[in-house]
Design a protein around this ligand. Structure first.
Ligand code: SAM
Length: 220
């Protein structure tokens, strides 16, 4: 695992924990373990449940998340990873886009406890529809297992990511093309992004935490 340099993120016995928001003390989001150290409460961040935790375990470097970071998160689901980002960006915001009303009902509950999450029941294929809610952001994070995941990422980068911002794309090989070897599928997405002037800074496979998934890091 890479050295841990993110605010409020600690490593203990090779496991990751984020410092729970004070107003959420004692509250679990997905039945994660809670730990108290020196009066602060920490939530275990499970790499089998969150691809970002998996990426950190796999040694991904230079994720630029600070307390005041603004994040646009596409494919928020019920808020597992979003809740850990909310622990970290204590003075920032996570704009959490999710298209499933069922997942959104759980995400809404999480976001009433955590005021730095803005839940948006929207389709990430149409970034203009959330223009009045989402500002230009420091980080675009996408975890959407759709065939056109590269297209969605490009559109949202174009609409919302600031010039020196960071894009984090979780890729699922089988969603890109079932017939392709995972490495080839990741290369295909990389090529699509490069054609749009996007620079790929890193690609890391997420096994054994997530089979046939990889994280791609991008900048303009
Ligand atoms: C793999 S899950 C995300 C898990 C989540 N990122 C986490 O770590 O907790 C993918 C999510 O993307 C959502 N999704 C799929 N297509 C979407 C779209 N076009 N716009 C917004 N969300 C979408 C799905 O409903 C699903 O909840």
């Amino acid at each position: 695992m890479s050295s841990v340099e993110i605010n409020g993120l600690i490593k203990k016995h090779d496991k990751l924990f984020t410092e729970n928001l004070p107003q959420c003390r004692g509250i679990q989001v997905y039945n994660e373990k809670l730990l108290t150290i020196n009066g602060k409460e920490y939530r275990s961040w499970n790499p089998y449940r969150s691809k970002l935790a998996a990426a950190l375990h796999k040694g991904i470097k230079n994720i630029r998340i600070q307390p005041d970071t603004q994040i646009l998160y596409l494919g928020a689901a019920t808020g597992t990873t979003v809740s850990h980002l909310s622990d970290i960006v204590t003075n920032g915001m996570v704009y959490a886009v999710e298209s499933s009303p069922i997942s959104m009902s759980k995400l809404l509950k999480v976001s009433t406890q955590r005021t730095n999450i803005a839940p948006l029941l929207m389709d990430a294929n149409h970034p203009q529809r959330y223009k009045s809610f989402v500002p230009i952001v420091d980080i675009l994070y996408q975890d959407i297992s759709q065939r056109n995941q590269a297209e969605i990422f490009i559109k949202n980068m174009d609409s919302y990511l600031k010039k020196d911002g960071q894009g984090i794309l979780m890729m699922k090989a089988r969603s890109i093309d079932v017939a392709l070897q995972p490495k080839k599928a990741y290369e295909q997405v990389g090529e699509e992004l490069k054609k749009q002037g996007i620079t790929i800074t890193d690609v890391v496979e997420l096994s054994p935490y997530e089979k046939d998934h990889a994280v791609l890091m991008a900048t303009w």
